[in-house]
Write a protein that binds this ligand. Structure first.
Ligand code: ADP
Ligand code: MG
Length: 588
């Protein structure tokens, strides 16, 4: 009995579609890339419901003929390669000819297109991979691809889509990766009728500012280098503007966004000693290498690349960034360290000043001052503490019923990190950061902080990327409940006039950046509620950190607050806050 079937094209395309277009962002990427391949100078993206109901891309590129407008939806229909050899000299983003076939298999598609010299354009309507209509239409030169009801015939995929905010943030990331490599093309991004980005054609720095905010103009240093094997061009953040996350790190090779841990490490290595712990630089760096020196078999959704010369690239990239940081820090160094140089006597008549000679100190570190005040805090004198304090495995957690006895016992801080205090059941070792996180989290969840909100002496202004600003706007009611007073100033700017106690003004922007990022991350992964993920994120950042010296009163307050929490033994992220060393263990 024969059992082998050839799958009908429609089924094969649906299966292939799963690879290319696994979520709305995948379709957006393909459509934007096609528009760029068509030589467009203006590309407009319009979305509804995070791409679920509508994705529309309009370009002013070369357009298609009547018959190409039908053919482009066939599998392996491409104008970009003709023979296998062409694979080694690809200059376009797409070349496999499967994106449109895939999209057409899982959505309702309308294509309007006109070539420059054609009298009129053509309109093609597709449903379930079949052309249901084609007729002439009046339209400007270029192409508009309208994709409606993505996954309408693939319920499994549709049901796996995440909340709109999540899908939208994937689309934005796609948009950033594409628009960053093509600052010479103008782009716009409209979601549910609201224009979120309007990016004029210009240089890379202008594009970075358009995407991330105007303040990036002052935050970036330019990085440039040219050698036989690579040309490097881009921007990297000044050390003072490092971030607590690796979010804004973009590497491009030959006009494509890539992920390459080794090259990313090269950039971060250049910042060694310039950044406080757990801070990361932002960077937007493009490399141009001979295409025959990289692995060309690039899968449409993959971002990994292999280089023949990866060790050399590592060294070149690191030194290029290092050079930049060294050069630019010169100005800061002069103004801090040699103020007396500015008492310059007037030059005698007829004196020609010699050409200035510039030297700089490559080891310059803005975080190191002459004293040691900015070095990580250390316990002033730890001779009184055990040399190494081995933490015993957690035996039994005190239940909240066994708090320190009524009269506050003395507390001791060990290694700037643990609070040690005697209990009836032994010695409690409390992780100060986790404990404080627990206390803050419970307060935020109970919205008790609103009562203890403090007015700021000077309001603090915060601004975000357009999409983050939108999300932030949505979260404002929650934040007000926690004791923040925040007013939207229009555009992407907000002004904070009050905060729960304990929030540092200087950290406000970073606090919110981190909160937004974690909130987006949390809604992508767990099913934690909105308030849970917000409170956990805020608590994590507002908490005192390991290494922070505490006074006797602060320690006692923290211990008392902690034992008042119903879930005292766990931090909100589920880590142990307390370990008990039993009397017999102390004896040993
Ligand atoms: P690929 O981009 O890999 O060639 P696609 O399925 O994305 O495959 O597109 C198929 C073909 O349709 C392209 O090769 C191109 O000739 C044509 N095409 C698609 N989008 C556009 C557009 N916006 N403008 C002009 N031609 C386009
Ligand atoms: Mg394509």
């Amino acid at each position: 009995m024969d059992i082998i079937n050839i799958l009908p094209d429609s089924v094969a395309n649906q299966i292939a579609a799963g690879e290319v277009v696994d979520r709305p962002a995948g379709a957006v990427k393909e459509l934007l890339e096609n528009a760029m391949d068509a030589g467009a100078t203006q590309i407009d993206l319009v979305l509804k419901d995070a791409g679920r109901t509508l994705i529309q891309v309009t370009d002013n590129g070369c357009g298609m003929s009547d018959s190409d407008a039908r053919l482009c939806f066939e599998r392996h229909a491409t104008s970009k390669i003709h023979k296998a050899d062409d694979l080694f000299a690809i200059h376009t983003m797409g070349f496999r000819g499967e994106a449109l076939a895939s999209i057409a298999a899982i959505a309702q598609v309308e294509l309007k297109t006109r070539q420059t010299d054609a009298d009129c354009g053509t309109l093609v309507l597709i449903e379930g991979a079949h052309i249901v209509d084609q007729h002439p239409t009046a339209c400007p030169t270029g192409t508009t691809m309208t994709v409606k009801n993505l996954f309408f015939n693939v319920p499994a995929r549709r049901n796996f889509l995440k909340k709109d905010a999540v899908e939208l943030s994937h689309i934005e990331e796609t948009f950033r990766r594409i628009t960053l490599i093509h600052p010479d093309i103008a782009f716009s991004f409209t979601h549910n009728g609201k224009k979120m980005y309007d990016l004029a054609a210009g240089g890379l720095l202008q594009r970075i500012c358009g995407l991330f905010g105007q303040q990036y103009k002052e935050r970036m240093y330019s990085v440039e280098e040219q050698t036989d094997i690579v040309k490097i061009k881009g921007f990297a953040s000044r050390p003072e503007f490092s971030r607590k996350t690796r979010g804004e790190q973009y590497l491009f090779v030959n006009g494509r966004y890539i992920k390459h841990p080794m090259l990313s490490a090269a950039v971060e290595k250049a910042y060694t000693d310039l950044l406080p712990e757990r801070s990361y630089p932002s960077y937007f760096i493009g490399l141009q290498v001979d295409p025959s020196r990289i692995d060309v078999n690039i899968h449409p959704t993959k971002t990994e690349v292999k280089f023949v010369d990866d060790h050399a690239l590592f060294a070149i990239l690191r030194s290029a960034v290092k050079k930049t940081l060294g050069q630019f820090s010169l100005a800061t160094e002069l103004s801090f360290d040699t103020p007396e140089e500015f008492n310059i006597a007037p030059a005698p008549k007829g004196y020609m000043p010699p050409e200035p000679k510039i030297s700089y100190n490559p080891d310059y570190n803005p975080f190191k001052t002459k004293g040691s005040s900015s070095a990580p805090r250390q316990i002033p004198d730890n001779r009184h503490c055990p040399e190494t304090l081995e933490l015993p495995e957690l035996t039994e957690v005190p239940n909240a019923a066994a708090p320190p006895s009524a009269s506050q016992p003395a507390c001791m801080q060990v290694q700037g990190r643990y609070i040690v205090t005697p209990l009836s059941s032994g010695l409690a070792l409390i992780d100060q950061q986790r404990a404080h996180e627990r206390v803050l989290y419970d307060r935020l969840m109970a919205a008790q902080t609103a009562a203890s909100a403090q007015m700021l002496l000077f309001p603090v202004q915060c601004s975000f990327s357009a999409a983050d600003a939108e999300l932030f706007g949505e979260l404002l009611p929650d934040l007000r409940g926690y004791g923040f007073e925040i007013a939207a100033m229009g555009g992407c700017t907000f002004v904070v006039t009050a905060t729960p106690t304990g929030v540092k003004e200087s950290d406000m922007q970073e606090l919110f950046n981190q909160m937004l990022m974690e909130y987006k991350g949390a809604s992508m992964q767990k099913h934690s509620s909105r308030s849970q993920s917000l409170c956990a994120s805020l608590a994590r950042q507002m908490a005192i950190k390991a290494g922070q010296q505490l006074t006797q009163e602060e320690m006692q307050q923290l211990v008392a607050d902690l034992f008042a929490c119903p879930m005292a033994e766990m931090s909100p992220s589920g880590k142990k806050t307390i370990t008990i060393v039993k009397p017999e263990e102390i004896l040993k």
